[in-house]
Design a protein. Structure first.
Length: 278
């Protein structure tokens, strides 16, 4: 009888060792599946990004996923959050800016999909035209190379400066200005300071969204606007290996909705400041 009991006991123990790992692996897979339903999202704290992210979270929820988001002011930090894997995706930049980050930080970010185009222009609170700018006028522009070339392009097209032949687009730097008859002074500032810089500068670069936040309208107040061929759509960015992740598809499906189109307009009191990508 003892022998039978011992054999039964040993059989039970052996079965436990066989089933145990399978059981706990099943729990781990279930936990992993649950985790994959969460999309961690790093976002710029400008109004349009905050407003649309809140609507995006509701749309993601309708698809059975949860959008966990954080608002940050530093664009480099936002990219580092995704590059490190702490966050799945981010929302704050266009492709040229992202590519510059990748070059400078050995990053692996890619554009998952476009969301909207934010047109840019040169504005002034002091002068009615670029021709009115005095000698030595101070021009504010973004410090990052993914954006500051846009100012030089617009000034060159207006005839205020001349760019070295053969240098085009993002390759243009201040060193490529070979003629500057008005001796314009260029003041580079962080993107987040562009609106505030307009108080001190004679004229400055602004995206339509930033202009709207300081009561300027790109369709009425811009002294020059960026050529269409240089306009870059804002994107949702992820790490390259996550491009085909189901969560990327969920983000796109949730963003490409009428609710987000309305949110883009509502963020600017019903005005069509931005051009949706869909």
């Amino acid at each position: 009888m003892k022998l039978i009991f011992s054999r039964l006991f040993l059989s039970a123990v052996a079965l436990t060792f066989l089933i145990g790992p399978i059981f706990f692996a099943g729990l781990a897979q279930a936990a992993g599946a649950e985790t994959s339903k969460v999309i961690k999202f790093a976002v710029n704290n400008l109004k349009v990004y905050e407003d649309t992210t809140k609507v995006l979270a509701a749309e993601v929820g309708k698809l059975g996923y949860t959008l966990e988001y954080i608002f940050l002011a530093d664009n480099t930090q936002i990219n580092e959050a995704v590059e490190s894997g702490d966050y799945f995706a981010n929302y704050h930049q266009h492709t040229p800016y992202m590519e510059e980050f990748n070059r400078g930080h050995k990053g692996h970010l890619v554009a998952a999909f476009a969301v909207f185009t934010d047109k840019s222009g040169i504005f002034s609170k002091k002068y009615k035209s670029l021709g009115d700018l005095p000698e030595g006028a101070r021009i504010s522009l973004p410090v990052d190379v993914g954006n500051n070339f846009r100012t030089y392009v617009m000034l060159a097209q207006a005839g205020l400066i001349k760019i070295r032949p053969g240098v085009e687009g993002p390759a243009i730097t201040q060193n490529d200005i070979i003629e500057n008859p008005k001796k314009l002074e260029f003041i580079e500032v962080d993107y987040t300071m562009l609106g505030r810089a307009m108080e001190e500068a004679d004229a400055g670069f602004l995206y339509a969204t930033v202009a709207a936040e300081i009561d300027l309208d790109i369709s009425k107040d811009a002294l020059a606007t960026e050529p269409v061929e240089y306009q870059a759509a804002d994107i949702i960015a992820v790490r390259e290996e996550n491009l085909d992740d189901p969560r990327t598809g969920i983000l796109k499906k949730a963003y490409y909705t009428d609710a987000l189109k309305h949110a883009l307009r509502d963020s600017y009191a019903g005005r069509d400041i931005l051009d949706p990508a869909w």
